[in-house]
Design a protein around this ligand. Structure first.
Ligand SMILES: [Zn+2]
Length: 99
């Protein structure tokens, strides 16, 4: 009785389409240049600026681009960066998505 090769069905996996700029942005956020700058920035600016403007002291855990990269904001310029807490960052991202 000859051995039959075990037939394995290959499920058809759809290839994910690269999402242009999103991918570029993801690459940027994973770059060591950004991570170094981000870590240094949050050390110097450990509080959320939006909360601070309202008189609330809240530790920041996100370094946000004031002008988003996809809108032409400078990527690695600290003048385009601000520290935010997660709730403030989520609010800002939500606002930007509706623009
Ligand atoms: Zn905040």
């Amino acid at each position: 009785m000859p051995k039959l090769p075990i037939g394995r069905k290959r499920p058809w996996v759809p290839e994910r389409k690269a999402q242009g700029r999103r991918t570029e942005e993801t690459k940027f956020y994973q770059s060591s240049a950004w991570r170094r700058l981000r870590n240094a920035f949050i050390k110097d600016n450990p509080l959320c600026v939006e909360c601070h403007a309202k008189g609330i002291v809240s530790p920041a855990n996100v370094v946000d681009h004031i002008v988003p990269i996809r809108k032409g904001g400078a990527e690695l310029n600290i003048k385009n960066l601000q520290s935010l807490c997660s709730p403030c960052h989520n609010r800002k991202s939500g606002r930007e998505a509706h623009q």
